[in-house]
Design a binder for this molecule. Structure first.
Ligand code: AMP
Length: 186
């Protein structure tokens, strides 16, 4: 199964992505993790993108696509699928990825949209910020990340709905319940 997890920051993409990948026995590919690893390892790319990550802005398409697509193609070929989390983040990214993936029969089969009311997102992100860890989980950057989601990522919902790929799941409830709901609709 080749899945995309779609949702705002704090919607549980990471948690559900990991759970689904385990159930489906395919790799969980989180673009944010791949990008943060570049920063941590102080690669040339890492130095270029650190500012974007810290401020919650999207990393330029070319850099994200170059990093993520080879991993996606390898998972599709080697494990027969993937759970993509955090990519694509815009319609432009989706369109660029579609043409590359289609060539290898590795295109997205289903998109799970995790629907969570905005006040709950803010609450969850602030909790995560309190637990300290990520440089972009600060109250200042959280607002920017939610705005980036609304402006850039939200249009993907219609994009995938029009292609008949979208499955919407209410995600303001316990994690296990959400996983069960997703497995059932899949
Ligand atoms: P995430 O871990 O998915 O919340 O992503 C953390 C940060 O990584 C985002 O705020 C962006 O700066 C960057 N990022 C992750 N995925 C993408 C993507 N597909 N396109 C552009 N930037 C991304």
């Amino acid at each position: 199964m080749r899945l995309v997890m779609l949702g705002a920051p704090g919607s549980g993409k990471g948690t559900q992505g990991a759970r689904l990948a385990e159930r489906l026995q395919v790799p969980h590919i989180a673009s944010g993790d791949l990008l943060r690893a570049q920063v941590r390892d102080r690669t040339e790319l890492g130095r270029l993108i650190a500012g974007c990550l810290d401020s919650g802005k999207l990393v330029p398409d070319e850099q994200v696509l170059d990093l993520v697509l080879p991993v996606v193609l390898a998972a599709a070929a080697g494990a027969g699928g993937y759970v993509l989390d955090g990519f694509p983040r815009s319609v432009a990214q989706a369109v660029k990825a579609e043409s590359v993936l289609a060539e290898s029969d590795a295109g997205v089969e289903r998109v799970i949209f995790l629907a969570v009311p905005e006040p709950v997102l803010v609450e969850r992100l602030l909790e995560r910020a309190g637990a300290a860890g990520r440089s972009d989980d600060t109250p200042e950057v959280i607002g920017d990340r939610l705005r980036v989601f609304q402006a850039e990522t939200r249009p993907l919902i219609d994009h995938y709905r029009a292609r008949g790929l979208l499955l919407e799941v209410a995600a303001d409830r316990p994690a296990e319940e959400i996983t069960q709901a997703i497995v059932t609709i899949l």
